[in-house]
Design a protein around this ligand. Sequence first.
Ligand SMILES: *Cc1c(COP(=O)(O)O)cnc(C)c1O
Length: 434
Amino acid sequence: MNYNSLNHKSKTASFREAVIRGLAPDKGLYFPESVTALDTASIKALENLPDEEIAYRAIKQFAGDEIPEGELRNIVRETLSFEFPLREIEDNVYALELFHGPTMAFKDVGARFMARCLGYFNRNKKQDGGKVNVLVATSGDTGGAVASGFLGVKGVNVVILYPKGKVSDIQERQLTTLGQNITALEVNGTFDDCQDMVKTAFLDEGLREKNLTSANSINVARWLPQMFYFFFAYKQLKDKNKDVVFAVPSGNFGNICAGIMAHRLGMPAYHFVAATNINDTVPQYLKSGVYSPKPSQQTISNAMDVGNPSNFVRIQHLFDNDLDELKARFSSYSFTDEATRDAMSRIYEKSGYIADPHGAVGYLGLKEYLKDNPGKTGIFLETAHPVKFLDIVEETLGVNVAIPEQIKAVMGKDKVKLNISNYEELKRFLLEKE
Ligand SMILES: *Cc1c(COP(=O)(O)O)cnc(C)c1O
């Protein structure tokens, strides 16, 4: 598959080039040159196909001419090493639980797939050179998923920058206790400082030979595998005769964009709802037709505190940059922290289900849409385990959340990190790295 830059100033890239570069040279996001629906027999057979087979059929056209079938099937199998249960919490309202992976957030799927693709592309690199260095800034969840996904992958080093004192204890442990090819850099500054340093490093000619790449959802190998679990959700629905609405709690809009791609591949869906917190750039755009990004504001669903969602250009491209076409299939609503806490309480009282703040925003988006569009089946994505937002969940619901094994495993380990204050220190660190 060839990939085009959505800024249209760079040459097309192969899957391998797109994965290794992350962003195109003209700073545009890569997008597949064509998207072909699966044959109707595959869609009809969904219920009887194993998850791995569904995932392989979905991803094949995007990677299959550069990764041989056996390798790609292995990558898919290793990516999907956990469950994706669909739970009915009210009549015709389901939660798709995406938090059963090693770091308990949906980002595990994309990170594991991308890590294994990069590992395949670098399989012949010698120990002493040509390694790829994945550089990633994190405000919490991304770093943990990337660290866990890339752990032990040959030919790839991972360097994670996080703001000192601004990630939770559990999140910091997920970044700093792994060792091997993962290095954690604690930055005396904010998340924006971390992100600025990463951006500066990508543009620094002096670091060219370090093969720097990014591992956030702009990378096609992190974005596209997120299609898989939309198919798995549909597969698990008992009644497939009703129209299905997917509601996705959204920040950078990579997850929901993957859902729309799954629909283009033939997965039946009636409508998509992007639910946001008060960072409402997209809901405002749908209302006014004017796209005006804003600085991000802090909320209790902090993985969605994004003022300029990077994947929204991909969604616009999918609808030929036509606002009316977009609105026919896609709605977006924003919710305050107060409404989010209220939804967490209502869900718990009504059905005993503990939602994390991100899932609760998704639930609110779904309910808002269903108000005017009754009689549909609704699925909201529960993107993180409530334990990841323990303080907010326990204080809002007055319950204790049991600590799962994945989290217990990191609690006893020592944090190992280097402390840096500015870009020069980051650059020196990268140059000295083998
Ligand atoms: C990253 C994240 C999101 C937002 O996903 P996007 O693909 O950026 O829209 C939502 N919920 C959780 C828990 C996350 O970690």
